[in-house]
Design a protein. Structure first.
Length: 183
């Protein structure tokens, strides 16, 4: 099983590269996807390599090597025990290929349909709404508080802030309400 699935390691924040180095010394197969980002320092602009998944890296190991993995400095835990808590070799290969071919992969907070959000920039900065659709941009339904009438607004994903993760039932209820109000 360990040959086609990757385990996910949860590591100490900002220690991903150190953990990867320790795993290399222990001859454990691992993968830490990194992307390059330009950052403005006070005196210059620098290019930094940052983890695509902050606080996590991937490792493949035989069951008898589990203790060695868990004893690696900076490792907090191996996520899950079941196969659904692992990552397929195909997913890792896609990420590797995407980064190697120059695809613009960047970390992004998960925005789900039904997520309550606040607009951060533009004319509607500070307004709150619910995500209803994704196309080129994120479509948000906004409600006029006095009348309860709704309108939609399309904004870039980086121009919104997720207020809280909705519970599954809550999300379904909001989506149903939106569907009924459109009918």
């Amino acid at each position: 099983m360990h040959e086609d699935r990757w385990q996910v390691l949860h590591v100490v924040a900002n220690h991903e590269k150190r953990v990867a180095l320790h795993l290399s010394v222990r001859s454990l197969e691992h993968y830490l996807p990194l992307y390059t980002e330009r950052s403005q320092w006070t005196d210059r602009v620098v290019s930094l390599e940052r983890p695509l998944f902050a606080g996590y890296l991937f490792v493949r190991f035989a069951p008898q090597a589990r203790l060695s993995v868990l004893c690696t400095p900076g490792v907090l835990r191996v996520l899950g025990e079941s196969e659904r808590d692992t990552v397929s070799a195909m997913e890792i290969a896609r990420i590797r290929e995407g980064l190697a071919s120059g695809c613009l992969l960047r970390p992004h907070p998960g925005v789900a349909l039904g997520s309550p959000v606040r607009v951060l920039r533009g004319v509607f900065a500070g307004a709150e709404g619910v995500v209803t659709e994704f196309r080129q941009q994120c479509k948000i339904v906004m409600a006029l508080s006095a009348t309860g009438q709704c309108f939609s607004l399309e904004v870039e994903l980086e121009d919104i802030e997720i207020l809280r993760k909705p519970a599954a039932r809550e999300t379904l209820g909001r989506v149903r309400q939106l569907a009924l109000s459109r009918a």
